[in-house]
Design a protein around this ligand. Structure first.
Ligand code: ATP
Ligand code: MG
Length: 470
């Protein structure tokens, strides 16, 4: 946050001061959790259904808050009064970002891999200058301004994930924090229930490049036709990445090692350099190319870039986090979330890590597929069988079409079962796992990760590996 007087805060959010000194200065941070307030901070009071932030207003002032941004007066508390606190936080973020001319905002969207790639980009930009990026998936109307408000005069890069839940949503997030570099990763079927079709998803995600200024940069996945086509929707320069032979930033000669980690030759207009990734999964080729295109734009030389790509690690947990138990069982924890595209990426990683070993997939329900729910699940099951996964544990009745999809593959030699819940899956695993097995655990939250936690505890094993240096 840059220091702002309360008068400036009020002007930025279109609010009015009550019981407040207009010249008092907020030096940050801006918090909506009263426990996080430190001296010089600004507390944002949201009127909640269960808890009303205004009840904590006086306490935050005692803790050092300069004022409280809220929707009604609290006696004795210096207030910036507005009609809508969330909207005001967005406006304040915009005011702060507008006052930071040296800040480059990088926005990412896509159906799969936003958080993963956000973390990759942030690790690269951190080598170039002070970087602010939100933890995890903090990508909505609240997470956005909250993260942007962490930027100060020394911040050079702000890396933001922009999730789209409908048309106009990304556009709105871009109004709050306008990007100068926009990265679109892919258009899949996540949230297709809300959007109706992949074309509509593309429409929504493309808003990220429409928001760019003429001197901005659109980084587009040349391997995804719906993303590649977004080049026509921006005034900014375009850099295309991927494995397409005509991509500007591309990977050639991709090979996977026995841990599912890719090596490739990075090819850019500047030349070629070998890359050996530490993060797991074939899909990381695409994600790291996107990150490379950003770092290249920001001036990282090719040799340094290739080296840095190899040193990238996982930051946000439960995304392709591979660990070995002392008993020789390898676990792939991809339990954070699931949609058909990321299921496919994870199953392929399982097949590749599990070459010559017994492979087990514990797969849960994928949410938000709407009318594609049945087919989406069945497709995942079919793929598991086609990849020759040996054992399939389908968790929860709603995910049963995965089982049906797999067992419909005639020549599949594996076995599948539908289990009622995570506990049942843990029971089966306890009975069946043998040294050398590789287990993938994946689902759309719904506590699929309980299975991973049980697998960790069972062997008294190591903590999260983070897939390399974090
Ligand atoms: N390029 C990719 N293609 C397919 N799957 C991917 C890709 N990148 C990451 N994944 C997988 O997708 C899942 C979700 O990853 P991540 O959390 O990074 O995505 P996200 O787009 O941020 O999701 P959300 O919409 O929940 O915020 C993980 O299982 C991850 O391994
Ligand atoms: Mg995310």
């Amino acid at each position: 946050m840059i220091p702002l007087t309360l008068a400036e805060v009020a002007a930025a959010v279109g609010g009015r001061l009550a019981a407040a000194d207009p010249q008092a200065r907020v030096t940050g941070p801006v918090e909506f959790d009263s426990r996080k307030i430190t001296p010089g901070g600004l507390f944002v009071a949201f009127p909640g259904e269960k808890v009303d932030g205004h009840d904590y207003a006086a306490g935050t002032v005692e803790a050092g808050a300069v004022a409280v941004l809220g929707t009604r007066e609290v006696p004795g508390v210096p207030m910036v009064l507005v009609d809508d606190a969330r909207d005001a936080m967005g406006r304040l973020a915009r005011a702060v970002v507008d006052r930071l001319p040296d800040l480059t905002v990088i926005g990412l969207t896509g159906s799969s891999g936003k958080t993963t790639t956000k973390d990759l980009v942030a690790q690269l930009t951190a080598r170039l200058g002070a970087t602010v990026a939100p933890p995890g998936s903090f990508n909505n109307e609240l997470g956005h301004p909250y993260t942007a408000l962490k930027a100060g005069p020394d911040t050079r890069y702000l890396v933001m994930e922009k999730g789209a839940r409908g048309i106009g949503h990304v556009r709105y997030l871009c109004e709050l924090v306008p990007p100068r570099i926009s990265v679109v990763l892919n258009v899949g079927t996540s949230h297709i229930g809300e959007f109706g079709s992949r074309e509509n998803i593309a429409l929504a995600k493309g808003e990220l490049v429409e928001a760019l200024p003429a001197d901005g940069l659109a980084v587009l996945n040349a391997d995804d036709p719906l993303v590649d086509a977004m080049a026509s929707r921006t005034n900014a320069r375009v850099v295309r990445y991927g494995e397409a032979p005509d991509a500007d930033v591309r990977a050639e000669d991709v090979v996977l090692d026995d841990r599912g980690r890719a090596s490739y030759t990075l090819v850019t207009p500047e030349g070629r350099a070998p890359v050996r990734l530490g993060v797991t999964g074939r899909h990381q080729v695409s994600n790291t190319l996107a990150a490379a295109a950003v770092a290249r734009e920001l001036g990282m030389p090719l040799a340094e870039l290739a080296q840095a790509l190899g040193e990238l690690g996982l930051v946000s947990t439960r995304r392709m986090d591979v660990f070995d138990r002392p008993d020789g069982v390898t676990v792939i924890d991809d339990s954070y979330n699931a949609n058909p595209a990321s299921m496919s990426a994870a199953l392929r990683a399982l097949a590749s890590i599990g070459r010559g070993r017994r492979t087990v997939a514990v797969l849960g329900y994928m949410a938000e597929l709407g009318p594609y729910e049945r087919d989406g699940h069945a497709e995942v099951g079919r793929l598991a069988a086609e990849l020759g996964i040996d054992r399939l544990l389908v968790v929860g009745e709603p995910a049963a079409p995965i089982h049906e999809g797999a067992t419909a593959v005639g020549n599949w030699g594996g076995e599948s079962v539908v289990l009622t819940d995570q506990a049942a899956a843990v029971e089966v695993l306890r009975g069946e796992l043998r040294p050398g097995d590789v287990v993938l655990v994946k689902g759309s939250r719904y506590r699929t990760w309980d299975v991973v936690d049980a697998l960790r505890e069972d062997a008294g094993s190591v903590g999260p590996t983070g897939g390399g240096a974090a």
